[in-house]
Design a protein. Structure first.
Lengths: 141, 141
DNA sequence: TCTAAAAACGATAATCATAATCGTTTCTAT
DNA sequence: ATAGAAACGATTATGATTATCGTTTTTAGA
């Protein structure tokens, strides 16, 4: 196994991801960091996100419009994806926890590492906008 | 809204997808159809899968190694994805049903169309192979 | 503190699954 | 039967992500 060196920029990627609840894209994380470090590279964001995923520090929760959305919160929780505006936010779904993982493992003889539960639909803000006749422009999920 | 014409090949795409439990990729569906119709095009598979998704006849359940995995069964059920061999199979997770959708809708004021619950880990066959010392070659999820 | 080997980086090019294009073929309402 | 729309095959374009490679940074050990 490769030895890990400290890296200021790697830390910065994780810090940006963990300091937002927007479940951002790699591109968005890059845009934030580019302001602080003008020589930041998009490759560094992807490289470290991949590393964090392998380490279990970060999880890709959904793919919206062809772009992966990341989450730095590993505690068990679920997500809602709005097909209209593309926003992703946390929801708490009763029963979707580690206990469920081990129940599946027991029943199917597999080893369950984690699960991902996503709800798809229209968020409350978009529902209101639709009622007041605003133009819909859906997102692909 | 566009009028829909009948199409033999469109039907064939849905039929192939619905006649397997492997949750195949677009490429796999194409390979099957290419045998029956030597002039089948991969674009036709993608075009119709996109249409089916919009109609709610088909759902993309997981992305394994960068390829979307499709399911023609719309009845509420969950999936397990093996990170070792990449197989996807149905599992039944208690509580993950339409009732859960409306519970989330009520609590968060959103409209929930569907949900997707995926478990990630190692399937029972791969666990055995790992024990008998076979080489692991993980898949990306 | 210095140094060399390994790790991480920036810039850029490559990959490749999927989407779009466009001229031709197939449907279908009339 | 026929015209207009829809679907197709073949092909190209897209764009998010990954890989490459020469340079810079980190760090273990002298």
């Amino acid at each position: 196994m490769k030895r890990l060196n400290f890296s200021k920029k790697r830390d910065a990627v994780l810090k940006v991801l963990c300091s937002t609840k927007t479940h951002p894209t790699a591109e968005w994380i890059y845009a934030q960091l580019k302001q602080e470090y003008p020589d930041f590279s998009l490759g560094t964001v992807y490289r470290n996100l991949a590393l964090f995923k392998k380490q279990g520090l970060v999880v890709a929760v959904a793919n919206v419009n062809g772009q992966e959305r990341y989450d730095g919160v590993t505690a068990s929780h679920s997500h809602f994806v709005c097909k209209r505006c593309g926003s992703v936010f946390d929801v708490e779904a009763p029963g979707a926890d580690f206990e469920l993982d081990s129940r599946i493992a027991r029943r199917y003889g597999c080893e369950v590492e984690r699960h991902n539960l996503c709800f798809y639909g229209t968020c409350s803000r978009c529902r209101q906008e639709e009622e007041s006749g605003e133009q819909t422009k859906n997102v692909s999920v």
